[in-house]
Structures are given as C-alpha cells and as structure tokens.
Design a protein around this ligand. Structure first.
Ligand SMILES: NC(=O)c1ccc[n+]([C@@H]2O[C@H](COP(=O)([O-])OP(=O)(O)OC[C@H]3O[C@@H](n4cnc5c(N)ncnc54)[C@H](O)[C@@H]3O)[C@@H](O)[C@H]2O)c1
Length: 330
C-alpha cells in the first residue's frame, strides 16, 4: 500500500485522482485550502478509512514537511486555474503556482533524502504559449507574448515550475515526472472560472444564449478526466518517465463554435449562439490562443495511452453532473 499525497485534491482533477487511488487500495491524504475546491467533491471517499483530508495551504512549510515525511507519491495539483482567475488575479496566480511548487520541492528534497518519493507535477498546454505549429510536441519552443499581456502569467509560471522540478531531479536526485494537461473536462468541473465546456453547459441549461469568443474558430481538444487520471498514475510509476515531460490530452480537434453547437444539440437545438469579443470580457491586453493540439506520440509510446471517452461522452457527463449539482445561472 502506497501513501499518496495530493495537493489541491479537493479540486476537479484532484478529487477524481483521490477516488482512483482509494479504489486501487492506496492510502490518500489531500491537502487543500478550499480556495476553489470543496469538500463535496470528495464526498465518495470522505469517510473511507484510508482517506484523510487536511485543510491547509501549500505555502505552510511545516505542514507540507509533516505530510511529505510519510508520502511515497506526491501529486502536486494545487494551483490557480482558469482563464477568469488568471485574468483578474495575476498576483495570486503567479504566487500560488510558483511559490507553492518551490516550497514543495524544497521540503521534498529535505525530507525525502534516502527515501524513494515520486513527484508528479501537472503543468499545462499554456506553456506552449502561442506556438503556431499545428501539433505541439514536448520539445517544441515555448512562445509567450509580452509580459504586459496578463494571459501569459499562468503559462510562464507553469514553465518555471517545470524547470524547477527538472532541476531538482537533475541536481538533487528527486524522482520527478512533468505532465502538460490539455483541456481536461468532466463531472465536477465548474464554469465559474472560465472553463469553456461547463460554462457552455451551464448557459444552455439556463436557456442560453451560448457565448463564444470572437468568431469561435479557436481550436481545442477535450479529454475526459477519467482518461487523464489513469495516465497520470501510470506515468508516476513508469521508470522511464522520470525526468521527462509528457503531453496528456486528446488530439481530436474541435472549434469552440462546433463545441457550442454540440452542447446545444444535446440540450436544446433551438438555443442561440452569441459571439462576444474576447477583449470585451478580459481586456484588450489579454491575448487569445488560437490553436492547441497535442502531439501524443511520447505518451502513446510510454504508456500506450488510448482515451476511452469521446467528445460526446464528455459533454454528456458534464451535462448530467451540472443538472444534478450546479445552481442554474440567473
Ligand atoms: N483542468 C484542466 O484542463 C487543466 C489543464 C492544464 C493544467 N491543469 C492543472 O491541473 C491541476 C488541477 O487543476 P484543476 O482543473 O483540478 O483545478 P481546480 O481549481 O479544480 O483545483 C486546484 C485545487 O488547488 C487548490 N488550491 C489552490 N491554491 C492552493 C494552496 N495555496 N494550497 C492548497 N490548495 C490550493 C484549490 O482549492 C483547488 O481545489 C492544476 O495544477 C492545473 O494547473 C488543469
């Protein structure tokens, strides 16, 4: 039995990861400051004898050291996420995503000496910035816009996180795997912070309209959280993954306008799609990213990744969950 620590485990992906690790018969500790996550996300494991929840911050060095002392695997998911939060809280985004990771790595290097502790660091497709290549490979250049455009603070912080984690692997011998997640979606994801699919579903269930930015031709690939979680665990335990970076996602592109129409088709085909300037919502210096498709060859070669869920499955699951849990929009 492994002792697994999940930072940010009361959030969207972390709560699914906690369930999967408990189902695997591991012991799971979640630390979360509940800034966006919530206890309800962990309802199915809350009373399990192998599950423990600790309310606290990854900034709390003493608490982190205490939790790391007994951990075999650390999944560091605590972060500020979502385009709306990044646009309006750049300081918190940079602070949480950089300082939290630094505290974790420093304490891991101190407390894990002589023990086999593995760290999985979720990074993001945002690290590629606005790379114009049709498929993004892990070894591609990262192409950020200017520092005056707030959008890039999330991707830049995640890129520095990656470099830090890989430096701790090289210089301090920590066992580190970096994963770049591409538009993960599914039950429990909230549209509150700008995540596009739950936002569209919430709007559709409230009678519309479905708002897409600019002309809706931005290209994204959506992957189900239920396909991402096993891939994260497999990479965490794969000896050849240590010290490497992996894209995790789907490589089936869809435009945001097509996505909105798919959502409408499943809820009410008569719903209106409304176009809104991205700049009107997030400010003129908040750049939009036009195309984001991962090259998955490294992931396939290493763990034989083959997602089981289609885009339709993802949309249906988000609709079902939103109907059952989310308050309708006013
Ligand atoms: N969802 C996606 O599509 C996606 C894409 C790329 C990367 N990621 C990464 O995956 C990870 C999980 O994302 P998510 O979608 O589940 O987001 P989420 O917001 O649901 O989860 C993040 C969790 O971290 C917690 N948290 C924030 N600051 C904290 C702090 N200082 N101390 C302790 N906990 C703190 C929040 O309360 C929340 O529960 C993040 O690192 C994110 O950057 C997600």
């Amino acid at each position: 039995m492994l002792n697994c620590l999940i930072t940010g485990g009361a959030g969207f992906i972390g709560s699914h990861l906690a369930e999967e690790l408990i189902a695997e018969s591991q012991r799971v500790t979640v630390i979360d400051d509940l800034s966006t996550g919530c206890r309800e996300n962990l309802a199915s494991v809350w009373s399990h004898p192998r599950f423990r929840f600790v309310e606290g911050s990854v900034f709390d060095r003493h608490l982190i050291a205490e939790l790391l002392a007994e951990a075999d695997e650390v999944y560091h998911l605590a972060a500020v996420v979502g385009v709306a939060r990044v646009a309006h809280s750049a300081i918190q985004t940079i602070k949480t995503n950089l300082h939290g990771t630094l505290v974790l790595l420093e304490e891991l290097a101190r407390t894990a000496a002589g023990r086999q502790v593995r760290l999985l660091l979720p990074s993001s497709s945002e690290v590629y910035g606005n790379n114009p290549k049709p498929l993004w490979h892990e070894d591609d250049c990262l192409m950020f816009g200017p520092t005056t455009s707030r959008r890039w603070c999330y991707g830049l912080a995640k890129a520095v996180d990656e470099m830090l984690a890989l430096a701790y692997w090289r210089e301090m011998g920590l066992s580190v795997v970096v994963v770049r997640l591409f538009n993960v979606s599914g039950p429990r994801q909230s549209g509150k912070h700008g995540m596009v699919l739950p936002r569209l579903v919430e709007a559709a269930l409230s009678g519309g309209p479905l708002t897409v930015h600019d002309d809706g031709q931005q290209v994204r690939c959506f992957v189900h959280v239920a396909d991402v979680v096993p891939a994260m665990i497999a990479l965490m335990r794969h000896p050849e993954a240590v010290g490497s970076v992996f894209n995790i996602g789907s490589d089936q592109p869809v435009t945001i306008l097509e996505l909105a129409r798919e959502v409408a088709a499943l809820i009410d085909p008569g719903l209106r799609v409304e176009f809104r300037q991205f700049a009107a919502q997030y400010g003129s210096n908040f750049e939009e990213c036009t195309r984001r498709v991962p090259d998955l060859s490294r992931l396939r070669q290493t763990i034989g990744f083959a997602p089981r869920h289609t885009l339709q499955d993802i949309i249906r699951d988000v609709i079902e969950w939103t109907k059952a849990h989310a308050a309708p929009q006013q």
